[in-house]
Design a protein around this ligand. Structure first.
Ligand SMILES: [Zn+2]
Length: 463
């Protein structure tokens, strides 16, 4: 098993700290809104990594957190008038439902910042006692970056370069502009907890260090997150945890690529944020997973308008072959000897290469088709093996007939038919029913019927 380690910038043989036991933590969602496709992708990746490690004989304990108090949540609370803790609880419930709908496995341990305030305060106090943090007169606590020699090891930056890059902020009470907040003094009207430094709430970075310590102790095998978290979040986690224990915090740091939409960074401010619920309304879980996993996890994924429809078409073709095999009436022949599991495990064992694993499907289904046209019962055996191996990625778990019924990909109508349908919609909109009826007849002559739906219209090919 090989894993690319961000810390060493190379692929390494995977050797957990203690035998086959693997402790794994992935940074979770800040619950300031519903789940978008980036959240879903990250949750999917670490769920698959956990499942695969379990499959090949490791004993994984997987923890994930919810950041349920932060500036964005407080801003949402002010905007909606819902208290911050209730707003966060509402979002967590929604996100849990959406992830369950996407069939992403739950971690073994769920952690929430607001349920670990005492642990965070304890961690922070110990950092102050050890000379790695300091309280300011307003009741905040900052981590002293220059007190930790290893700062910058993960993101490969030097403190002097980082200092050159930051504006000197005179209005802050921090000793150095690189220092980051462990505890934030509460402003008027904000949610707060009591602490030795006054009313306040935890900073973001300390949450993950403190919750790792609660879940796993001083060291863990794998820590994951999006690549955008390497700096400063994960750099700061290392600084906090290693300053406290003097031990290496994480053996393997792994980072997934980011989601782009039509080549642009996905963000709420750009208005191109894709909500998971909206995507799942349109496409099957199989198609969305196939699309996301067709890129290896370390690379960015570019979501174009064609990505999910193309994936749906491809997955539909695979399901059709499964359906044909399962309804062929040919007797199953067990002598089929393709080692699908080995193909799959070899791909995934090389830094979880889902892209390679999925690319094998094309050859495998081609083989199934060849068996089918020779009326060879090996088709059924091979289909069984494919379904078995690829269920780990969430694929081919639905009965084929059901999938094909629900997600049959319609052939798109020719452009001239679509143009007539658009004109017809325009005529209907101004209640010009005579023109609309004439257009409907014209469309019918071209072999299509127009069906009105709550979202507009659909063009069905006449049989
Ligand atoms: Zn984190």
């Amino acid at each position: 098993m090989k894993i690319y380690n961000t810390l060493t910038r190379q692929k390494e043989d995977f050797e957990p700290i203690s035998g086959k036991k693997v402790n794994m933590y992935a940074c979770g969602i800040t619950v300031s809104g519903e789940a978008h496709i980036g959240h879903a992708y990250q949750a999917l990746i670490y769920d698959i990594i956990r499942k695969f490690l379990n499959k090949v004989g490791y004993d994984v304990t997987y923890a994930r957190n919810y950041t349920d108090v932060d500036d964005k949540i407080i801003a949402k609370s002010k905007e909606t008038g819902i208290p911050a803790d209730r707003y966060a609880a509402m979002m967590i419930k929604k996100i849990d439902e959406q992830m369950a709908r996407f069939e992403v496995g739950e971690p073994d341990i769920w952690l929430k910042a607001t349920e670990n305030i005492d642990n965070i305060i304890d961690f922070t106090q110990k950092l102050i006692d050890g000379g790695h943090a300091y309280a300011t007169p307003d009741g905040s606590v900052y981590y002293s970056v220059e007190s930790f020699g290893g700062y910058g090891c993960l993101s490969n930056r030097k403190i002097d370069d980082m200092l050159d890059g930051v504006r000197i902020e005179n209005d802050e009470s921090k000793n150095s502009p690189l220092d980051f907040a462990l505890w934030k003094a509460a402003k008027e009207g904000e949610i707060y907890w009591d602490s030795p430094w006054g009313k306040g709430r935890p900073g973001w970075h300390i949450e993950c260090s403190a919750m790792n310590r609660v879940a796993f102790g001083e060291q863990i095998d794998i820590h994951g997150g999006g690549r955008d978290l390497i700096f400063p979040h994960h750099e700061n986690e290392i600084a906090q945890s290693e300053a406290l224990t003097g031990k290496r915090f994480v053996k393997y740091w792994i980072h997934n690529g980011l989601i782009k939409v039509n080549g642009q960074k996905m963000s709420k401010s750009l208005g191109n944020s894709l909500l998971l619920a909206d995507i799942l309304d349109k496409y099957s879980n199989d198609a969305v997973k196939f699309a996301l996993l067709s890129t290896s996890y370390r690379n960015d994924i570019n979501i174009t308008d064609a990505l999910f429809p193309e994936a749906e078409k491809q997955v539909g073709a695979f399901y059709k072959t499964i359906f044909d095999a399962e309804t062929s009436g040919i007797l199953q022949d067990e002598t089929e000897n393709t080692d699908v599991d080995k193909l799959f495990n070899d791909a995934m064992g090389d830094d979880f290469n889902t892209a390679l694993a999925l690319s094998h499907l094309f050859g495998l289904f081609k083989q199934v088709k060849a068996y089918l046209s020779a009326k060879d019962g090996k088709a059924l055996s091979l289909v069984k093996k494919i379904k078995n191996a690829y269920s780990l990625l969430g694929l081919f778990k639905q009965p084929a007939a059901e999938y094909l019924k629900l997600h049959a990909v319609k052939e798109e109508a020719p452009a001239e038919v679509v143009a007539l349908a658009e004109k017809m919609q325009a005529a209907r909109a101004v209640k010009d029913y005579a023109t609309a009826d004439a257009l409907r007849a014209e469309i019918s002559q071209m072999g299509y019927t127009v069906r009105n739906t709550p979202n507009g219209y659909e063009l069905d090919k006449k049989n």
